[in-house]
Design a protein around this ligand. Structure first.
Ligand SMILES: Nc1ncnc2c1ncn2[C@@H]1O[C@H](COP(=O)(O)OP(=O)(O)OP(=O)(O)O)[C@@H](O)[C@H]1O
Ligand SMILES: [Mg+2]
Length: 451
């Protein structure tokens, strides 16, 4: 259980304050009361209020004015208005000013609690989305054919609500792709909800996805809104879908087919508008063959497939990724961005990278922290990764695949020729005995920038 959620109750009538305080404390909330507008604004100013319950008619400053002032300072602050003799105009005005809901006195406790829970959920989602947008600085880096094609697919698929199945080994950027599909969709303002299907106990996954009613099973003390409902109007990212139990797969299939669900232990049918994006590092065909994954679900999810290749299949992206992570990690550690020598890059391009981009990112971060000189050299990498150096070829040849040894040698030769001819590709090509177009192609594959 997280910390208690903090509700501020504002009303000029003391008996209302005390009865609400008691009722909400019993439900497990932390409660602060304010007997007028002035006191309310002061309490909000102090911060850490998750929700304000605000009376409309108060003698000092009326509730609508208090609402206006709260929203001017903290537009994301959830506020629920309550009133004993409200007119429709007041309700409309409150909604326009950003009140989450408007409830009538006398307060029926069921309705009140439901409204409070919904308002708290909406506040949390909005904060998470703001956070997400900030993280979106992380664009996809890379110019390999593979990355270009993936970017094109994202551009085409994002604006639709089509389901996308993202596959690829660990650390290849599956989550990054899922988030970028959301951010570039018409649902970008809606929630992005991630579920890690591998991390949830099999007997809890249904309640996690679809929610449950109070008392649905032992331990279900309160109603719970599931991830599908939370993602309404937005995107649900089902990560590690290959690890979902067959029972849960059947339920998910039904929601995908019918667009509706029931909470566990609930009778009500709930209609949801959710775009589903799924990801896995498993081979789902093999899972289907082994009877662990439903074929019909596979075809429902796999409307647009996006397959991320291992980093070792797009080594030409490594120089740009390294530059990107050097900038990013230096910034977050408050260091001056370091330079990296070509020979060090060559060495990084030769590594197997079983952990793919995540592993590369960690290595760059370690280099930023551990290397003291402003330039990262090949020796630093040899030392840090405990790998053989790129040269001499004879030694590397004993320990690396021939392809990687050849690539490194070609890269060094081309860099040397370009250096000798001050970056003039035509002259370097002539010296190397290559067609100019051939040299361009090689430079691209080897991640050599013209500058
Ligand atoms: N093309 C890219 N450009 C920049 N950063 C990337 C790229 N691809 C991945 N990353 C970064 O690499 C890290 C791993 O990516 P992500 O978490 O999306 O991988 P994943 O495929 O979901 O991994 P896992 O299967 O282990 O969950 C993240 O920090 C992500 O921002
Ligand atoms: Mg992931």
């Amino acid at each position: 259980m997280g910390p208690k959620q903090h509700v501020l109750v504002v009303d000029d009538e003391n008996n209302i304050l005390s009865s609400l305080r008691r009722a909400l404390q019993i439900e497990g909330f932390q409660v602060t009361v304010a007997d007028g507008g002035e006191a309310a604004l002061e309490a909000v100013e102090k911060g850490a209020v998750d929700l304000v319950l605000l009376d409309v008619a108060m003698p000092d400053i009326d509730g609508i004015e208090v609402l206006r002032r709260i929203k001017a300072k903290a537009p994301d602050q959830p506020v629920v208005m309550m009133s004993g003799h409200s007119t429709i105009e007041t309700a409309v005005q409150a909604t326009k000013l950003g009140a989450f809901d408007f409830i009538e006195k006398p307060l029926a406790s069921e309705r009140l609690l439901l409204t409070i829970r919904n308002a708290l959920d909406s506040g949390r989602l909005r904060r998470e989305n703001a956070e997400l947008r900030r993280l979106q600085l992380g664009e996809m880096v890379g110019r390999s054919e593979a990355i270009k094609q993936i970017e094109q697919t994202i551009a085409k698929a994002a604006p639709t609500s089509g389901r996308v199945l993202i596959t690829g080994p660990n650390g290849t950027g599956k989550e990054l792709v899922a988030r970028s599909l959301h951010v570039n969709s018409q649902r970008a303002e809606g929630p992005f909800i991630k579920v890690n299907c591998a991390a949830i106990a099999h007997d809890l996954i249904e309640s996690e996805l679809f929610g449950h009613e109070k008392g649905a099973f032992t331990g279900a003390a309160n109603r719970r809104i599931g991830k599908f409902e939370q993602a309404h109007g937005g995107t649900l990212f089902l990560d590690e879908i290959g690890d979902m139990s067959l029972a849960a797969q059947a339920k998910v299939l039904r929601v995908l087919q019918e667009g509706e669900l029931e909470r566990v232990g609930g009778a009500e049918t709930i209609i949801v508008d959710v775009r589903v994006i799924a990801a896995t590092n498993k081979d789902l065909f093999a899972e289907i063959a082994a009877g662990r994954f439903r074929e019909d679900l596979y075809y429902r999810l796999n409307v647009v497939p996006i397959a991320l290749p291992a980093l070792s299949e797009r080594r030409e992206d490594i120089p740009e990724l390294v530059a990107h992570f050097l900038r990013q990690t230096s910034e977050s550690h408050g260091r001056r961005p370091k330079q990296i020598e070509q020979s060090a890059l060559t060495l990084l391009m030769q590594q197997p990278w079983p952990g793919n981009i995540r592993e590369l990112r960690n290595v760059v971060e370690r280099l930023v922290i551990l290397v003291e000189s402003p330039t990262i050299a090949a020796e630093h990498i040899v030392e840090l990764l405990n790998v053989p150096s790129a040269v001499p070829v004879r030694r590397a040849a004993g320990e690396l695949p021939l392809r990687d040894v050849v690539m490194a040698a070609e890269r060094e030769a081309i860099l040397a020729a370009l250096e000798r001819h001050e970056g003039q590709v035509a002259k370097a090509a002539a010296q190397l005995g290559l067609e100019r177009s051939h040299l361009y192609k090689k430079m691209k594959i080897l991640g050599i920038d013209r500058s």
